[in-house]
Design a protein around this ligand. Structure first.
Ligand SMILES: NC(=O)c1ccc[n+]([C@@H]2O[C@H](COP(=O)([O-])OP(=O)(O)OC[C@H]3O[C@@H](n4cnc5c(N)ncnc54)[C@H](OP(=O)(O)O)[C@@H]3O)[C@@H](O)[C@H]2O)c1
Length: 348
């Protein structure tokens, strides 16, 4: 998590102004890159002058928090399908890209013709790849979504709602209609998306089987996920004994078919997870953390009528602009209710 220090920067700028009228005020910091590559090799910080007043239809923002998601790294590497728009800066030669796709910002000032936003409002990014790793930005108002400032909605939850909780929400609701008491199985369950799935599923009365990698402190992880609402936590190693795990799952689910499987890992353990799905199930792949192909036996399609899907939030956002407003409202309400724990984070 990349925390901005707007106040200390502006007080620094004010002090500069007191000392000399010829010194240019350097008040905005961005994390930029000019070419694709390993982030540690290509990103650097750039200081730019204070923003002028916002032109018509735009707003000036102060970023409060801007998360780092795995996809942000892929964008910098140049291997992600979404590409950021380049901008230019007199301080740097060539095209400049600001990192970051997600972030919570406060509206500082609005340009002529902007409707529905005013100073002090919280906003998140409606458009993708706007470059959020910066302390200030001028952005067109139609590229932003206002976040309702419900009591109890924390900055951390608001800053991280548009990628992981939004993905979890779509994964749980777009592919199959599940009734209270029905089951979902997922891998990468300790990821930010996985933790959001656990909590949203619990809030909806669903049960979850959660697959994770084994580790020395597996009991601690198991407990953490159970505290979030995980019904069962299973390691990929435990999947290797196919007969035993099938019997266990059958007993847990009381013979009910598991109709939704969520995959962000890939490789052999996902093939094993798919084998635990019941008749007419949907397997949704939204990530590939193991960087291994996904292979599914034909028998699952022939005898169990499995449907396999892919899901990409950016593409869903592009096609469902109006739904985004509802999604923000719904997530903000759930988060403000206290039934959604903030993701583990560090503020830098
Ligand atoms: N399709 C979409 O629209 C969409 C939206 C959001 C996120 N995603 C994807 O969802 C995934 C999770 O994102 P996130 O931000 O929630 O991640 P995260 O919090 O950074 O967690 C990463 C997860 O991946 C696991 N992992 C890493 N390498 C692995 C490997 N070789 N084998 C098995 N598991 C491995 C980690 O497990 P350990 O703790 O064991 O390392 C952890 O559970 C990513 O692939 C991301 O790109 C997709």
């Amino acid at each position: 998590m990349f925390r901005k220090h707007g106040l200390s920067l502006s007080s620094y700028a004010t002090r500069l102004r007191l000392f000399s009228t010829s010194v240019r005020i350097q008040a905005s910091r961005s994390i930029i890159y000019t070419q694709n590559g390993q982030p540690s090799d290509v990103v650097r910080a750039l200081t730019t002058p204070t923003l002028p007043s916002p032109p018509p239809q735009t707003v000036n923002l102060r970023f409060i928090l801007s998360p780092i998601n795995p996809a942000d790294v892929n964008v910098i590497e140049g291997v992600y399908p979404s590409k950021p728009q380049p901008s230019s800066s007199p301080e740097v030669q060539g095209d400049v890209f600001v990192g970051g796709n997600e972030g919570l910002a406060e509206v500082i000032s609005v340009g002529e013709g902007v409707k529905g936003l005013k100073g002090g409002d919280w906003v998140v990014m409606k458009a993708s790849q706007l470059g959020t790793w910066r302390s200030a930005a001028n952005i067109r108002s139609e590229q932003l979504l206002k976040v309702p400032r419900f009591d109890g909605l924390s900055e951390v939850n608001a800053a991280t709602m548009m990628v992981n909780p939004a993905t979890a929400h779509c994964l749980l609701s777009h592919f199959v209609t599940l009734e209270k008491g029905q089951w979902v199985i997922q891998n990468g369950a300790n990821s930010a998306v996985g933790q959001a799935v656990i909590q949203l599923a619990r809030n909806a009365g669903l049960k979850t089987i959660n697959l994770v990698r084994s580790r020395d402190d597996i009991d601690m992880l198991r407990q953490e996920l159970e505290d979030l609402g995980a019904t069962h936590v299973v390691t990929y190693d435990e999947l290797k004994d196919k007969k035993a795990i099938k019997a266990k799952v059958k007993e847990w689910a009381n013979g009910q078919d598991i109709r939704l499987g969520l995959n962000c890992v890939g490789g052999e353990s996902t093939t094993a997870m798919a084998g635990l799905l019941g008749i007419d199930a949907h397997l949704v792949t939204y990530g590939a953390m193991a960087k291994r192909p996904l292979s599914l036996p034909a028998s699952l399609f022939i005898f169990k009528n499995l449907t396999a899907h892919g899901f990409w939030l950016s593409s869903w956002y592009k096609d469902n602009g109006k739904e985004q407003i509802k999604l923000v409202e719904e997530l903000a309400r759930i988060m403000a209710s206290g039934n959604f724990k903030e993701p583990r984070h560090e503020s830098l």
